[in-house]
Write a protein that binds this ligand. Structure first.
Ligand SMILES: NC(=O)OP(=O)(O)O
Length: 330
């Protein structure tokens, strides 16, 4: 008998410490689960090999409807470090490009693979895939969430500061971006204090803010919103900059550059932050736009560490989801 699809077996979020069926949003990870993934990623970063027991010979699919450097390569490399093959596909290489439905595609792929990572436009495509997939689905970026990035961000912050709880972060730019949404949930789960500085019209989804505040009641974190980037960075341990014109918003490029111009992370803005504040950027960066080269290449920037951490965090996610799914299937 065919197993019921994972989403039908249990609704996210999973209980504290429990690995969920899929990773679609950081908000689906309970605080203890997030900490477990970070601990595992840290161990895998120290000792990348030796985690293939039971996984050797498996395969992970990576389906990308949009370009990617970090996510695509880190997931493929992570699969190989776990002894698994990585099958990396663009949309046009699949029948998806000729109209086969997402649900049909996911059903078929999950009969070949041990997990499938998907970068797509609409988040509901991932939710639909998770509903029908027999194997874990990993969000490799959707229009509203970027959980793999947030794990790498948290690992870089924890490596730098030794702890996450109580850290003060400022996100400067588009408060409704996928990176900001996931970073908000990451701050909530770890008890961080986040200030989002964004112009009017670039607000964070109120539902996500409510969800984060609910989690923060338990973890001791907080979130506030301002239109003033100087206020946001004052007292911050970390300042997050992100590209102003994402891949799917090129038609808004001029408007975005005009509205976000005050939100550039440069030496002028950082003069309002503590001298030992670090700078985060998920990359790729547009130098001179949302961040200057002086800052991006400077000693306080963790962007390169964040990028490097994409590999051990991807390895931890794949290992955790696949081994948990196999245990549940027994
Ligand atoms: N930060 C990030 O997701 O990079 P890529 O778009 O290159 O995967």
């Amino acid at each position: 008998m065919t197993r019921p699809p994972p989403a039908a077996r249990r609704a996210a979020p999973a209980a504290d410490g429990e690995i969920p069926d899929h990773l679609l949003r950081v908000g689906d990870l309970a605080p203890e689960t997030l900490r477990t993934l970070l601990d595992r990623a840290e161990a895998m970063k120290r000792e990348p090999l030796g985690w293939a027991d039971g996984l050797r010979g498996g395969a992970v699919g990576c389906v990308f409807e949009k370009p990617s450097t970090r996510t695509r390569v880190s997931l493929a490399a992570a699969a190989q470090r776990l002894g698994m093959a990585a099958v990396v596909l663009n949309r046009d290489e699949l029948q998806l490009g000729r109209g086969e439905t997402v649900a049909d595609t996911a059903r078929v792929l999950s009969s070949y693979l041990d997990a499938v990572a998907v970068r797509t436009f609409e988040h509901r495509v991932l939710e639909r895939m998770a509903e029908v997939s027999e194997v874990p689905v990993v969000n490799a970026l959707s229009d509203s969430h970027h959980p793999c990035q947030s794990l790498a961000d948290l690992l870089a912050l924890r490596e730098h500061f030794g702890t996450l709880k109580g850290l003060r972060a400022a996100f400067v730019g588009d408060g409704g971006s996928n990176t900001c949404n996931s970073f908000l949930s990451a701050c909530a789960a770890t008890g961080m204090h986040l200030t989002i500085a964004r112009p009017a019209g670039y607000a964070t989804d109120p539902g996500l803010l409510d969800e984060a505040r609910e989690t923060m009641r338990r973890t001791g974190g907080s979130v506030s919103v301002t239109e003033e980037p100087e206020d946001a960075v004052r007292g911050a341990h970390a300042v997050y900059a992100e590209v102003w014109v994402p891949m799917d918003r090129r038609d808004e490029a001029d408007e975005r550059r005009r509205r976000l111009a005050r939100y550039r992370v440069d030496d002028r803005l950082l003069a309002h932050a503590p001298g030992d504040a670090v700078v985060l950027h998920c990359l790729p960066a547009v130098r001179g736009e949302e961040i200057t080269s002086e800052v991006l290449d400077g000693p306080r920037c963790l962007a390169w560490q964040q990028a490097a951490n994409r590999l051990p965090t991807a390895q931890a996610v794949l290992h955790a989801l696949i081994t948990a799914a196999r245990r549940r299937a027994v």
